[in-house]
Design a binder for this molecule. Structure first.
Ligand code: GLN
Length: 414
């Protein structure tokens, strides 16, 4: 495969040449100068011919700002990185219970192409080939073509542009894919895979052969980071619930038999592919795409892994190292016609609601003042925060105090 820049890569919406681009550039240079080893996948000529020097990284924030460095717009085949996104599609199409009945969610601790069934006969998770091919079989369709068509449009919506098939890679995958055909046969024999082996394996080979760039992977990751909304196109690609479930499975099973070590060192749900790509996500903040073809022993991009370790340290992205004191949900407190108006802002979660309750208790004297909570600048209210705010209102009223909540967009629900 001759890698070439994508013609319709996502539009750069962020400040190029800014501090984030510069930081990415520096990380790439540092790792390029180091001695990260790795071997380019060679089971098909289209991968064996990849340029080992290609090296790109892109990050897209939940606000839709795009950052890129190195070969971030060079195309390569997505390979196993398609798996979490097809899993998300299956969850949307047939629901968590129907998917869970046929594919488990436990890490296998085994290589990606192992025969890993659980006691119930299900592939242990959807990130290994066995589970991924089974998951592909769950996408409702009347033919292999239709199934692939649905997968391609879903993955394109995640990327924010129409992804194209690398025909040569697909034909090679299909002609050398005996092990995948065998895995599919076993999954069918166990009652996990739906329909004919061919109708699952063929779209699976094609989903693996879709061409993406590091910037596409960043957009796909950013969509998972943003509750299923692609921050570049604004499209709600999947529900927030499906995004959360997909990230959970990526966190426990995404990096094959190194998944435990990965979540310890890197702390981001991630998925790698033998084409040299990795997608990694900091929920609520960032999607990151990395591309460098040489792979380590576990089949993960060696330089890609190194980049992500550095970025996590430099940008503070580790999942289990989140800020304890996020920005205050209280924008300002003002007096208006004898009322104290508390202007709230941003996303209200448990911590925000707790903070609102405490700050009101500290700064408002109930005897003399009536209180208004204004949700005008609030973007989202989590159910727990809505419940706490309603309780706050009810208790104030029970004590004969006057608390009004201004919620014109009905973020609190009914
Ligand atoms: N197409 C490859 C396969 O199914 C994908 C494997 C991978 O990226 N780990 O074997």
């Amino acid at each position: 495969m001759v890698a070439r820049p994508a013609e319709d890569a996502p539009v750069d919406a962020g400040p190029t040449g800014g501090p984030v681009d510069a930081a990415l550039e520096q990380v790439i240079e540092r790792i390029r100068a180091g001695d990260t080893a790795g071997i380019v996948a060679s089971y098909i000529p289209e991968l064996a011919g990849a340029d080992p020097e290609h090296f790109g990284v892109s990050a897209i924030s939940a606000l839709g700002h795009v950052y890129r460095a190195g070969d971030a717009d060079v195309e390569f085949t997505i390979q196993s990185i398609s798996k979490p996104f097809v899993y998300a599609l299956a969850l949307e199409e047939i629901g968590i219970e129907a998917v869970r009945a046929r594919v488990g969610v436990e890490p296998s601790g085994e290589p990606f192409n192992a025969i890993s069934f659980d006691a119930a006969g299900r592939p242990v998770n959807p990130m290994i080939n066995l589970g991924a091919i089974t998951t592909t079989s769950l996408i409702p369709a009347d033919s292999a073509d239709e199934r692939f068509g649905r997968i391609r449009s879903a993955l394109s919506a995640f990327a924010g542009r129409a992804l194209q098939l690398d025909e040569a890679a697909y034909l090679s995958e299909a002609s050398t894919g005996d092990r995948n055909v065998a895995l599919a046969g076993l999954a069918k024999a166990n009652g996990a895979l739906i329909g004919e082996v061919e109708d699952a394996v063929d779209p699976y080979f094609r989903q693996c052969s879709l061409k993406v760039t590091a910037a596409d992977l960043a957009a796909m990751g950013a969509t998972l980071a943003s509750g299923g909304i692609n921050p570049l196109t604004g499209e709600q690609v999947i529900s927030a619930e499906t995004a959360r479930r997909t990230l959970s499975v990526m966190a426990s099973c995404g990096m094959y038999d190194l998944s435990g070590q990965w979540i310890l060192d890197v702390g981001m749900p991630a998925k790698s592919g033998v084409g040299g790509g990795i997608v990694a996500v900091t929920p609520g903040s960032f999607g990151i795409g990395v591309f460098s073809p040489p792979l380590d022993d576990a089949g993960n991009s060696a330089r890609g892994t190194a980049v992500l370790k550095e970025l996590v340290a430099e940008f503070g992205l580790h999942l289990f190292d989140r800020p304890v004191t996020p920005v205050s949900p209280i924008e300002t407190i003002r007096e208006h016609d004898g009322n104290v108006v508390v202007y709230l802002r941003g996303e209200l979660d448990f911590l925000a609601a707790e903070r609102i309750a405490f700050e009101i208790a500290e700064s408002v004297s109930w005897e003399t003042e009536s209180l208004v909570l204004d949700l005008g600048s609030v973007t989202r209210v989590e159910p727990v925060a809505a419940r706490l705010l309603r309780v706050l209102g009810a208790r104030a009223r029970a004590h004969g105090r006057d608390l009004t909540i201004v919620d014109e967009r009905r973020l609190l629900g009914d």
